[in-house]
Design a protein. Structure first.
Length: 228
């Protein structure tokens, strides 16, 4: 062997160049599969291309980390110390996104520890479950709610007037918050409501504007799947 040739066996004593190629290659393919399933089953408007690309990178990165650590306890503790200084500032908007992060981490760990068959079988099985739940809309709650935001003059109590209007147009409503805006000149009321059958958002807005001195009224429909 010439001085310029690199043998992974000599560097680590635990894995060969084939192990590296197989682990990283398989983790890439399986992470791409997970990312594709995530994109195909995503429902809300908070889709992020950067997040999906991160899923692919994370799967390969975890595989690499597992190759580096191997069965060496000292390396494992050194890695924990190094990663403990990393801080992530971006909040995950959906709980479902966390599940996909753990999925690609599990795929990367299985590939990095050379449990190739387990990695493939688990990825296919879990992705199949995700697709089936998406296709048949499992655990959906077919209750459409609206968020109603009403601005009223701040010099008087309009809560009862607004409540009377909501009683006539909704089957149920709940006051979520009250906020003073524009230096106390206006009060903003937030409600969650369920409209009565046959009542549309435009009709509710018109009725509320008749009772709130012509101030702004807005209705957000289907807020359960919308970023507020």
């Amino acid at each position: 062997m010439t001085p310029f040739q690199i043998d992974f066996q000599d560097l680590s004593g635990t894995f060969s160049a084939f192990d590296v190629a197989a682990s990283l290659g398989l983790s890439l393919l399986l992470s791409l599969m997970v990312a594709t399933v995530y994109r195909a089953t995503h429902r809300n408007i908070s889709y992020s291309q950067s997040y999906v690309q991160t899923l692919v990178i994370l799967g390969m990165l975890i595989a690499l980390i597992m190759l580096v650590v191997g069965s060496n306890i000292a390396r494992a503790f050194a890695l924990v110390g190094a990663l403990s200084v990393v801080r992530f500032r971006n909040a995950v908007k959906e709980t479902r996104d966390v599940g996909f992060i753990f999925l690609v981490m599990g795929v990367g760990m299985a590939c990095g520890t050379r449990f190739y068959l387990l990695a493939v079988a688990a990825t296919v099985a879990i992705c199949l479950v995700v697709v089936i739940m998406h296709r048949f809309n499992f655990f959906a709650l077919n209750v459409q709610r609206q968020v109603v935001k009403v601005q009223v003059p701040g010099d008087d109590d309009y809560s009862q007037v607004i409540a009377d209007t909501l009683i006539r147009h909704t089957t149920e409503f709940e006051l979520v918050s009250t906020e003073s805006i524009r230096g106390g000149g206006l009060t903003e009321l937030f409600y969650t409501v369920r409209l009565k059958k046959g009542v549309g958002p435009a009709e509710l807005i018109a009725a509320l504007r008749e009772r709130n001195a012509g101030q702004r009224v807005s209705v957000l429909t289907g807020y359960d799947q919308t970023d507020l």
